[in-house]
Design a protein around this ligand. Sequence first.
Ligand code: ADP
Ligand code: ZN
Ligand code: ZN
Length: 720
Amino acid sequence: MSRARVIVLNSALGPLDYRVPRGMAVEPGSIVVAPLGPRQLIGVVWEAERLPTEEVGDNRLRNLLAVADAPPIPAPLRRLIEWTADYYLAPLASVLRMALSSTSALEGGKTIVEYRATGEVPDRMTAQREQALARIGDRQGLIRELAAIADVSDGVIRGLVKVGAIEGVAVDLDSPYPAPDPAYAPPDLSADQRAAATTLCEAVDAQRFQPFLLDGVTGSGKTEVYFEAVASAIRAGRQSLVLLPEIALTEPFLKRFHARFGVEPVAWHSGLRQSQRRRAWRAIASGEALVTVGARSSLFLPYPNLGLIVVDEAHETSFKQEEGVHYHARDVAVMRGHFEACPVVLASATPAIETRQQVALGRYAELKLPGRYGAAEMPAIEAIDLIAEPPMRGRWLAPKLVKAIDATLERGEQVLLFLNRRGYAPLTLCRTCGHRFQCPNCTAWMVEHRLISRLACHHCGHVIPTPRACPECDSEDSLVACGPGVERIADEVAALYPDARTAIVTSDTIWSPAKAAEFVNRMEAGDIDIVVGTQLVTKGYHFPNLTLVGVVDADLGLEGGDLRAAERSFQQICQVAGRAGRGEKPGHVLIQTHSPKAPVMRALVSGDAEGFYAAETEARREAGAPPFGRYAAIIVSSEDKDAALETARAIGRSAPQVEAMQVFGPAPAPLAMLRGRHRFRLLVHARRALDVQDVIRDWLGGVDWSAKVRVVVDVDPYNF
Ligand code: ADP
Ligand code: ZN
Ligand code: ZN
C-alpha cells in the first residue's frame, strides 16, 4: 500500500496526501486525477512512499482516481518548479500549471476531432454563413476555433456542420514529427563563428551545466553559431529548446531552421490550435520532439532529455512575465540548464547589464563575434538635433531625414521608420474645454487607431468608436490628436511620397505568424518601399535591400525615469539600427532627438557601447541597483480602492526591521489603476546578500487581508 503527496492544480492548498489504490502504479512526477471536495482535479505526485498498511489506513485519506496516459514530470523539471515557486514567491500549483499547459496529455485520447469546410454549398445560405465560410477558407480547428476565425458564434459553425458545409476529421495526435537532419545544409562558418561554435558543441557533448553569453553585433551570424550547437544535440539524440522573445519572430526562425536542418522544429506559443498544442506537448514529453522553438512558456515543458537551451535576443524585456507567476525567462532558463546539466546560450547584440555582470564574475563564459558576417559593414549612425533642425509645423520627420529617404528611394532601396507607438495618436484632447480621453479602467490615455476608427486602451483592451464631438462640452470639430503614432507617420509618408508602397508593422497588423510571413515575403519581393513600425520590426528580420533606418523619436524610451530606461533605449535603437545595411549595400541610420548630447545618444553615434555600459554599470553600483542590489515589489490591488490602500498600509506597518533592507511606500503603483483594479505598491530594496524572499514570506505570512484584495510579489521587477 502506498501514499502519495500530490500538488493539485487549481488549488491554493499546498500538497495534499492521497491513498494509492491497489493496482495503481504511481511514482514522483506521475500525472494523476485526484478528488477534492466534490471535484476531480489534475495533480502531480510530488512524493510517493510505500508504507505499512496500518499507516495508510488513515480513513481521511481519499483514493487517487486515475493516472494519466503520459510520462511523469521528470525530476529536473520538478526541481525547477520548486525553485521557481520559491524564488518568485508563487504557489507551486501555479508554476506547475505552466508545465502541464492548459491541455497537455490530460484530456486523454490519441486523436482529436477538428472541423473543416467540405466545399458543399448549403441549401439555406445566409450572408452570415457565406462570410463565415469565406473567412474559414481551408483552415481547420475545433468548433470554437473556427468560430473565432470567422468571428461568429459556435452555433453558426454547428449549423454549418448540420447542413454538410463543414465536416469533422480525426487528427492523430501521435503522428510523428520528422527528425531534423544535422547534416542537411551545414554552413561555411567564418573563423570567429567556427571558434564560438566549437566551444558550444563541446559543451553540448560534455553534458555539463554552463551558461554562455554569445555576444555578437547585429548581423554577425549568432543564429548560425548556435545552430551548430543544436546540431550537436540532435546528433547525440538530445532535445534542444530555443526561446524567442516574440511569436512574430517564429515564422522567420522556422524558415531558417528549415534551410539548415531540412524540416521545421516544433513550435510552442499562444497562437497554437488545440490539436497542435496537444500534439506538440505529447512529442515534447515523449522526447520525440528534438528541437522546440517557443515563447517563454515553453521553458516549463516536460522535456525528458534536454541537452541545450538557447535564449535568443536574451536582453529583451518581453522575457519578463508580468502576469500570473512573475518570472524572468532568462533567469529561469539558466536555472533549468542547471537542473538539467546542460549548456545555456544567451545570444544578444546588446546584453543586459545583469548578464554582463555574470560574465565579469566569471559565472558565464563569453563568446564574441566582433564583426558582421561576410561583406556587410556596421551602419553609420547619425543624430538629428530636433531643436536645431526641426520638422515643418505639424510634421514629424525632419528635413534631413526626408532628404535621406528621397535618396534611398531613388536608389530603389528600402526604408524603415521606427516609432515605438501603435495607432495614430497617443492622446486625444478637446481644444475647447481641455477634456482628455482616459480609459475608464486604467490610468492611461485612450489611443486613437484611425485605421479602425476607434480609441483603444493598450492596457485592458477597452475600445470606443472615435467620437465626433466632445463628451464634456459637446463642441464638434474641437478634438485634436496629440503626438504621433505609426499610423500618423504613415500618413505623413503617404503625403510626401504618394507613389511609395508603405507598410505599417505593429502587433495590430502582424498578429499571427502567417501575417509575419506575408510581410517578409512582400519585403523580399521588393513590394514594400517604406516600413513604418514599432519594436516588432526591430528584431530578427534580415532584409538586404533595407539600407536606411530612421528613428522618429529616440527620446521616447527615456521618459518615465525607469531604472533601465537608458539601457533599454540603447538596446532598442541598436537593434533597429541593426536592420540597416545587412547585405552588401551600406546602411545608414538617422536618429531624431531633442537631446543629442545625452550619454545614450552619444554612445549610439560614436558606437562606444563599452563606454556606455561602463557608465551605466557604475551608476547602478553606486545606487545599489540590480545587479548589485535587488528590488522586490509588493503590489496590492482591489476593485475597492479603500480596501487596497488599507491592506497596503497594514503591510507597510508590519514591515520587519532588517538592516540590509529598506521599504518604500505604499504609493500608487506606476499604473495606479489597471483593468478596473486600484493598485498600490511597496518597493523593497535589499542588499544582494539578504535572502529577501525569506523575509517577505515571513512578513506577508503575518498579515491578513480580505478576499477582495490581491497581493502579488514581483521579485526583480522591471517596470519601475
Ligand atoms: P544575428 O542573429 O547575429 O543578427 P544572423 O544570424 O541573422 O545574425 O546572420 C545575419 C545574416 O548573415 C543572415 O542572413 C545569415 O544567414 C547570414 N550568415 C551568417 N553566418 C553565415 C554563414 N556562416 N554562412 C552563410 N550565411 C551566414
Ligand atoms: Zn470639450
Ligand atoms: Zn484600460
